[in-house]
Design a protein around this ligand. Structure first.
Ligand code: XBP
Ligand code: MG
Length: 259
């Protein structure tokens, strides 16, 4: 069995709770700026999260509420423009420091770095959203903590397709069996599993209760020393919170169980 050499993190919902108070707000600001009376409330946005990718999410919304618009010849350009505005609003919101990392993330990243583990990102979101989040939360040097940032439209198919994980593995030049994916959603688990990766899930308000079959562990967060996590599936972390020992153990257990 390969020793754990790299952690591959999802961003939205895993590194930070970005969806409800970040992406959703930015979409609504872009709609208002364009003079559209569309508004995605918390529940509607949760339903739309079944589709990953912002442009794809707008298209899904149109198919449900404004199907005739999808027939218009300039619709692709209009979606692209709306999405570019959304990215502008989202980046501006991140720059205010409004979205922190989830509890335990900074500690875990520091532990991994101290132990010589390599770090990568595999996400469907736009690359500048990732670098802005890392800069706003970890500082400029935080971007360099991640050897690989695989993001957005660089692959043809977004999660649940495995493409973005294949891309991250290729850039790391590591086999899937030497890595562990950290995800928050059913789409993320399917994508990671599709690329042959062991995957640990930390849920959030939008993803709890989803089907995480195939994940080696499902928890309600990373926790901190003295702030234990609740375990929904898999072996509980010995320390009570997610640390490097627990990640190495889950990685080993996944491979011993034949993934
Ligand atoms: C995250 C997403 C993203 C963001 C929006 O999925 O679905 O689409 O909501 O990002 P995951 P963009 O965490 O599984 O990667 O608007 O930049 O596409
Ligand atoms: Mg996610």
């Amino acid at each position: 069995m390969d020793r754990l050499a790299a952690l591959i993190f999802d961003v939205d919902g895993t590194l930070a709770d970005t969806e409800r108070d970040g992406h959703r707000v930015a979409f609504n600001r872009a709609f208002a700026e364009a003079g559209l009376d569309w508004h995605w409330d918390v529940a509607r946005y949760g339903a739309l999260l079944s589709v990953t990718g912002g442009k794809e999410r707008i298209r899904k919304f149109l198919s449900e509420d404004w199907p005739a618009l999808l027939q218009e010849p300039d619709i692709d350009a209009r979606i692209r423009a709306l999405h570019a505005a959304k990215t502008r609003h989202y980046v501006a919101l991140l720059e205010t420091g409004a979205i922190p990392l989830r509890p335990g993330v900074r500690r875990l990243l520091q532990e991994a770095r101290a132990a010589g583990l390599r770090l990568a990102i595999a996400t469907t979101t736009t690359p500048e959203n990732v670098t802005t989040l890392l800069r706003a939360t970890l500082g400029e040097e935080g971007i360099g903590w991640f050897e690989v940032i695989a993001a957005g439209d660089i692959v043809p198919a977004k999660k649940p397709a495995p493409d973005i994980f294949h891309r991250a593995l290729a850039e790391l030049a590591l086999p899937a069996r030497a890595c562990l994916a950290l995800e928050d959603s059913d789409n993320g688990v399917r994508a990671a599993k599709g690329a042959g990766l062991a995957v640990v899930v930390t849920t959030n308000d939008y993803t709890e209760g989803q089907d995480f079959s195939g994940a080696v562990a499902v928890l309600d967060g990373f926790g901190e020393p003295g702030v234990p996590v609740t375990v929904q599936a898999g072996e509980p972390p010995v320390a009570g919170h997610v640390d490097l020992d627990s990640l190495e153990r889950w990685h080993r257990l996944a491979w011993e169980a034949g993934l």
